[in-house]
Write a protein that binds this ligand. Structure first.
Ligand code: NDP
Length: 328
């Protein structure tokens, strides 16, 4: 059972030296557990945030198998609700095989391609759906801005906002990603935050101001959006990737809470897990949009467990377009 251990928690930027691949023991499932063969490991910006300490889940610890969500196949089961051949989602960690309590696993439908269970029909799709529609609550015709727009969550947020009749502006790193957003995904405009002043470029792209900002990054980009929010606007705080890797910035965003008061903004954080009971209706919509071609699915699949650390480091550096995952 090949495994990737987090050997040390990074104090600065995450690097390959923080991980080690080992040959571990084959796990033995106990009562209530299933033995799983991992098929696809999800790479998430949050993997890095978990290294800072406890968040909505416990912190990952040094010298243990690196935590991470995955799609896996049940090999054998000591839990009545799971049988060999079932496909599940759960935190298996970065390894080939895992024994996991059935109560911590979600049984998934058998659909092709299976990778969609991690992207559009998985956490990324549900985060985009509930974060935009239940937290951001855009009205038809609203101006919606989304950051990390070419990533897995952001690329779906922008497309759902278009489906709902909004004007959509994506913020992403690099000209290639920006032209992909407008030419392939139907965004109305895109701002390359690596190419100079975000504030000015946003002003040009959203001359009527921003009604809903879906924030994946926090930091300077949030600071650039705040003064451009319209009165009674909403900010859906999904994540703060600019603060995850390395030493978090000591600054801002400035203008908080002043601008929140003056503009009567609602700024709300959310965790997708809180919406899981409502996932059937979200999945029905997402499936219909994918089937009709209104929602394009972008996946970035890398082969081999050994590449998992490099793939996470690359995701934090913006290498990925759409949902990045490892195929075992
Ligand atoms: P993505 O696929 O979006 O990949 C991360 C992207 O972030 C990179 O491709 C990079 O693109 C961009 N990025 C990296 N550093 C910065 C920076 N300093 N400033 C701006 N952009 C940056 O990853 P995920 O889909 O895993 O995560 C997206 C966000 O969603 C994260 O904040 C994550 O924590 C959050 N999330 C929240 C959930 C919830 O329940 N609240 C659930 C799931 C995810 P670029 O080239 O554009 O820089």
């Amino acid at each position: 059972n090949r495994q990737i251990l987090l050997v040390e928690k990074p104090s600065g930027k995450l690097g390959p030296e923080h991980f080690k691949m080992v040959d571990g023991a084959m796990p033995e499932p106990k009562d209530g557990e299933a033995l799983l063969r991992v098929r696809y490991i999800s790479l998430d910006a949050a993997n890095r945030a978990w290294m800072h300490g406890a968040t909505y889940r416990s912190a990952v610890e040094a010298n243990s198998v690196m935590a991470g969500g995955a799609i896996a196949e049940v090999i054998s089961s000591k839990a009545p609700e799971l049988a060999p051949g079932d496909i599940v989602f759960g935190d298996t960690g970065w390894q080939e095989f895992a024994a996991v309590p059935a109560k911590h696993l979600t049984k998934m439908p058998k659909l092709e391609p299976m990778t969609h269970l991690l992207s559009v029909f998985g956490i990324a799709g549900l985060t985009a759906y509930f974060g935009l529609l239940e937290v951001g609550k855009p009205r038809e015709g609203a101006t919606v801005v989304v950051s990390a727009a070419a990533g897995s969550v952001g690329s779906i947020v922008g497309q759902i906002a278009k489906i709902k009749g909004c004007r959509v502006i994506g913020i992403a790193g690099g000209a290639d990603k920006c032209s992909w957003l407008t030419s392939e995904l139907g965004f109305d405009a895109a701002v390359d935050y690596k190419d100079g002043a975000v504030f000015k470029a946003l002003r040009a792209a959203a001359p009527k101001g921003i009604d809903v900002y879906f924030d994946n990054v926090g930091g300077d980009i949030l600071e650039a959006c705040l003064p451009q929010m319209n009165n009674y606007g909403r900010i859906a705080c999904c994540g703060a990737i600019s603060q995850y890797d390395g030493t978090p910035s000591a600054h801002g965003p400035r203008g908080v809470p002043g601008l929140i008061v003056v503009k009567r903004l609602v700024m709300q954080g959310f965790i997708v897990m809180d919406y899981m009971k409502e996932s059937p209706r979200a999945l029905a919509d997402l499936q219909a949009w994918v089937k009709s071609g209104k929602l394009k699915v972008q996946e970035d699949i890398i082969d081999g467990l050994a590449n998992t650390p490099k793939a996470l480091i690359g995701l934090l550096a913006g290498e990925n377009r759409g949902k990045r995952m490892i195929r075992l």
